[in-house]
Design a protein around this ligand. Structure first.
Ligand SMILES: [Zn+2]
Length: 284
């Protein structure tokens, strides 16, 4: 569930509440979290100050002193909770564990304690997420290996998108979920972009007209901006709690379409639960 807006929210919270603080202790209770790591020992972070927090696609990059970087991919269910010494909390990502519940939760797999007692807790009920501790020189190589396309928040090159679409007979939804096409989109924001553009998610990518691709490219940025403004989409147990008509379709099965009033349908496309309006998004 953490997609670009949720990871961007985590980035901003970490920048505000963790940068400038020095690591006192790291606890990792799920060794496979580091299955992709080039440096094996998370305790290497101890005594290092967090200098900057950046993001590439859905990957968070925590830059520490002495050229150490901790890359985090939250995958389907990662959550990041920053708890200050006075109990003040800043939580983003997946809604489990409950943002105001006890920590560590049974799905909490790592914690980073900082100098004044503030702690960043990483939880992940699905255990698909990963940590990678690397030296600064190795960050570009790791990112290159992930073959991420252009950032979804940057203006989208319609000509490039059309060229990629023209070679793909798979559903347009699957194409947009591919991080090589655009980096940062996931299940929620792809459903929203396809609804905004009036394109049915099952249509083969190669069947879209130039105008439809242009509409899709235009739809992505404002949806991501709204997601970031809200600190990520609020979707709990598959049900959306929309604000300002966002999400418009995702997590809203059976609710009236905001454009035409028809019932929003839930179906399965590209192996993922997919929401759409059967009137506004026709199969042509
Ligand atoms: Zn509709």
């Amino acid at each position: 569930m953490p997609e670009l807006p949720e990871v961007e929210t985590i980035r901003r919270l970490s920048e505000t509440h963790l940068v400038g603080h020095t690591v006192r202790h790291v606890v990792v209770t799920l060794p496979k979290l580091f299955r992709n790591s080039t440096l094996p020992d998370a305790e290497m972070l101890t005594g290092r100050t967090l200098i900057a927090v950046t993001r590439r696609g859905k990957i968070l990059d925590l830059a520490f002193a002495d050229e150490l970087h901790l890359l985090i991919h939250f995958k389907l269910a990662g959550q990041w909770a920053i708890v200050l010494l006075d109990g003040e909390r800043h939580v983003a990502g997946h809604p489990v564990p409950k943002p105001d519940g006890d920590l560590p939760h049974k799905s909490t797999h790592a914690s980073i304690s900082f100098d004044d007692g503030r702690i960043a807790w990483y939880s992940d009920i699905r255990q698909f997420g990963w940590f990678n501790l690397v030296l600064a020189d190795d960050v570009p190589g790791v990112m290159d290996g992930l073959m991420l396309g252009p950032e979804a928040t940057d203006p989208i090159d319609v000509v490039r998108l059309e060229s990629l679409f023209s070679r793909r007979s798979v559903p347009v939804k699957a194409t947009l979920l591919d991080q090589k096409v655009v980096a940062g989109l996931g299940n929620i924001y792809v459903d929203e972009a396809l609804f905004a553009a009036g394109v049915h998610p099952s249509r083969p990518a190669m069947s879209l007209s130039t105008q439809e691709i242009a509409r899709l490219a235009e739809a992505i940025s404002p949806i991501l901006a709204e997601g970031i403004r809200q600190g990520g989409a609020t979707i709990i147990h598959g049900k959306a709690y929309p604000d300002n008509d966002f999400p418009a379709v995702h997590g809203r099965e059976g609710e009236p379409c905001i454009k035409c009033g028809s019932d929003i349908l839930k179906t399965r496309v590209a192996g993922r639960g997919t929401y759409l309006c059967p009137i506004c998004q026709t199969i042509q």
